[in-house]
Design a protein around this ligand. Structure first.
Ligand SMILES: NC(=O)c1ccc[n+]([C@@H]2O[C@H](COP(=O)([O-])OP(=O)(O)OC[C@H]3O[C@@H](n4cnc5c(N)ncnc54)[C@H](O)[C@@H]3O)[C@@H](O)[C@H]2O)c1
Length: 274
């Protein structure tokens, strides 16, 4: 499937494309001969990313578009869609990837929580609302990739707001794919990309982390198989360990343990011994 979607001449739209995983995805799409639209907050990072992607794209500047977009604003996504369709005429890949880590603890500032939800959850919904009807109407194979997080599945203590947004996104994307696959004639599918620890932004690379390109390798392979859940390891956490952690989190319910039992003093060591 990825051969027909991530294909020469087709169009990729990626939010949060100015750096990190989004930029790596934009570069990979350009290297495959796709036309690429990078959407991110206005600024030097977006401009530099556009130039870097245009250097890779066989069509150069003509096949790369950068659009200043705040994903938390539905009007921005509508304008982005209009610009993409006016310039390139279609969308094969919509990657809803922009996110913020502002948010914080359970009783943290509500303004930060709302911002986190508006970007990480509503930003994706805005992308789907603006693009998916047009992608379905194209009548060609197309995919929506929403970038989730293991934190939305195993809920580690620390940034409760971020975890909530990614848990909501997982649930939403599952329902989206259910609806798409039950829509007669629909050639659009949705996928949840779940990166591991990845060096992104302007952070220094640590040995335990993957590089964004490794996440994109897994994404391309996963789309090629038609996988919905596209789960990435990193240099510290294997896929086997992820499976154990995910099953343990579900086991908190089915085994009647307290929530987040991996971090509960009365259950210390149980997970490691399991
Ligand atoms: N890096 C990791 O370890 C990791 C792990 C799991 C999931 N993720 C997810 O991967 C995705 C990409 O993040 P990254 O790690 O590459 O981070 P990053 O900080 O390198 O990139 C995020 C991008 O999103 C943009 N952005 C933020 N708010 C925006 C808004 N309102 N509108 C438009 N763009 C906005 C930023 O400007 C930035 O360019 C995110 O969804 C993140 O939650 C990352």
């Amino acid at each position: 499937m990825s051969d027909r979607v991530l294909a020469q001449g087709r169009v990729a739209v990626i939010t949060g494309a100015a750096m990190g995983i989004g930029l790596a995805a934009a570069k990979r799409c350009a290297a495959r001969g796709m036309k690429v639209c990078l959407a991110d907050l206005a600024g030097e990072d977006l401009d530099a990313a556009r130039d870097a992607v245009a250097e890779i794209a066989p069509g150069g500047d003509a096949s790369v578009l950068a659009v200043a977009t705040d994903v938390s604003r539905s009007a921005d996504l509508e304008a982005l869609k209009n610009e993409v369709y006016a310039r390139f005429g279609e969308t094969a890949l919509l990657m809803n990837n922009a996110a913020t880590r502002t948010g914080g603890k359970v009783m943290g500032p509500r303004e930060d929580w709302r911002h986190c939800m508006n970007v990480n959850f509503w930003g994706v919904v805005n992308g789907v609302d603006a693009f998916v009807p047009a992608m379905m109407a194209q009548g060609t194979p197309a995919v929506v990739v929403n970038t989730g997080s293991k934190q939305g599945i195993t809920n580690p203590p620390g940034n409760a707001a971020y975890n909530v947004t990614k848990a909501a996104l997982k649930s939403y994307t599952e329902s989206l794919q259910h609806d798409l696959r039950n829509t007669p004639g629909c050639q659009v599918s949705a996928h949840l990309l779940i990166p591991g620890w990845t060096t992104t932004g302007k952070r220094e690379h640590k040995p335990g982390a993957w590089l964004p390109d490794q996440v994109i390798d897994v994404l391309v392979e996963g789309l090629g198989r038609g996988d919905f859940y596209i789960l990435c390891a990193d240099n510290e956490v294997t896929l086997e360990m992820d499976a154990k952690r995910i099953a343990w989190a579900a086991g908190d319910i089915t085994e009647n343990r307290p929530p987040l039992s991996r971090w509960h003093a009365d259950h210390a060591g149980e997970f490691d011994r399991a």
